[in-house]
Design a protein around this ligand. Sequence first.
Ligand SMILES: [Ca+2]
Length: 217
Amino acid sequence: MRLRSRSQLLCLAGVAATLAIVSGASAAATPAGAIDSGTCSTWPPLVQPFLPWADQNPYFLLQDSSFEAAVSGWTLTGGATVVAGNEPFFVTSRTDTHSLALPTTASSVTTPTVCVTSDSPSFRFFLRNNGNLGYTDGQLAVYLNFTGASGKPQQVKIAALKGSKTNWALTPSISFIQYISTPLKSGAAQISFTIRPNDNHGNWQLDDFYVDPFKGR
Ligand SMILES: [Ca+2]
């Protein structure tokens, strides 16, 4: 059953916090407003940013992914840079003014590492393809980075996205949990995402990455 209300979120958070205390986790390590995630130490506060898209699921904002301040822990290469211009729905804040640009085929971004559990199935974000060479039919590739069973870093392509001409659009829910079943046997996995154009038919902007931490509730 999906969570339908803030009160349900708070109730679930309370249960998780209780379990963490029983298992010996330090309450002092949980920042005010953060949600104890059980096996992961904490998650940021949960919100429902996609209600206008008929998505009632709770999400947390991936670290610094509104691109309104320093992008701590992000790796920007090949011309990837923070630019003026926010996604037009302002789901994080009405005062937001910036997004991330991937202007060429060579540009790429890797997110900070995020802890997920078997209950963290997917994420969504906003994108726009401003077009290149007269085309707007380019694809944006999304890769999942994780530590495989061998202990070595692995990367797997999990989505190829298209923009909606030159308009901002919300991506579908991008599922990744099926690729990390082995790492999740320990209860949690440290993952990140790498995103880069698949071709030269794109000049992309990205904004507001949200992770869904509750599988199928
Ligand atoms: Ca923004």
